[in-house]
Write a protein that binds this ligand. Structure first.
Ligand SMILES: C[S@@+](CC[C@H](N)C(=O)[O-])C[C@H]1O[C@@H](n2cnc3c(N)ncnc32)[C@H](O)[C@@H]1O
Length: 198
């Protein structure tokens, strides 16, 4: 499957790299079981497109960590769409870490890859992202120590984002909201922002 011009327009200067990443996902990613065999045809519209709306919520030049990055979603996509960011990927499973390191080398990306669970990471990042890693309350628990005051967790969620947020206990002093983001010719996406009080 080929990307639409609208999708490629999010990767100004990085068009070749995002296409190379998509190609790696549908070849090595599927061969190694990191992406389901049926996902090959949907890599652009279902996966890469789903990782883009969150980029509109991230301030310029900040440190971002993507926890549970798996095959690099959304972390690699964010890094390619927003080369101004300092991106780190956190992933506990060695074979996924090996894949991420290969992608980083092959595409020559300035991305740090940390093997481990989010709970064990000692650094801080203004923004934590996550997609399909855990329920919101669990995401807050495992990432809160990484977020400085004023920083935020941005969790890419589906249609039930509002319900999930309503059923989540927030940490004292934090605020949360659901962003419904409509980018040109992309499906509406929902991102839950949980911000640590300044
Ligand atoms: C369903 S996959 C989603 C991968 C990717 N984010 C995506 O959207 O395709 C969940 C990932 O979270 C990772 N994971 C699970 N628990 C974690 C934790 N405590 N800290 C960091 N990553 C974790 C798993 O190893 C796995 O790669």
């Amino acid at each position: 499957m080929k990307p639409t011009a609208d999708l490629l327009a999010f990767f100004k200067g990085g068009e070749d790299q995002i296409q190379a990443f998509a190609q790696i996902l549908v070849t090595k990613g599927i061969e190694r079981g990191l992406i389901g065999p049926k996902e090959g045809d949907r890599i652009w519209d279902r996966h890469i497109a789903n990782c883009l709306p969150v980029t509109t919520l991230i301030p310029q030049g900040v440190r971002v960590v993507d926890i549970g990055s798996g095959a690099g979603l959304p972390g690699i996509v964010i890094a390619l769409a927003r080369p101004d960011l300092k991106m780190t990927l956190v992933e506990p499973l060695q074979r996924r870490v090996d894949f991420l390191n290969e992608v980083v080398i092959e595409l020559n990306l300035p991305i740090e890859v940390i093997r481990g669970r989010a709970q064990t990471v000692k650094k801080q990042f203004e923004v934590v992202t996550a997609r399909a890693v855990a329920p919101l309350e669990e995401l807050i628990k495992i990432s809160w120590h990484m977020i400085p005051r004023g920083g935020a967790l941005l969790a890419i969620k589906g249609a039930s984002a509002e319900d999930e947020l309503a059923g989540t206990s927030l940490k004292k002093g934090s605020t949360a909201k659901v962003h419904e983001i409509s980018l040109p010719n992309l499906p509406v996406a929902r991102v839950v922002e949980v911000r640590k009080g300044a």
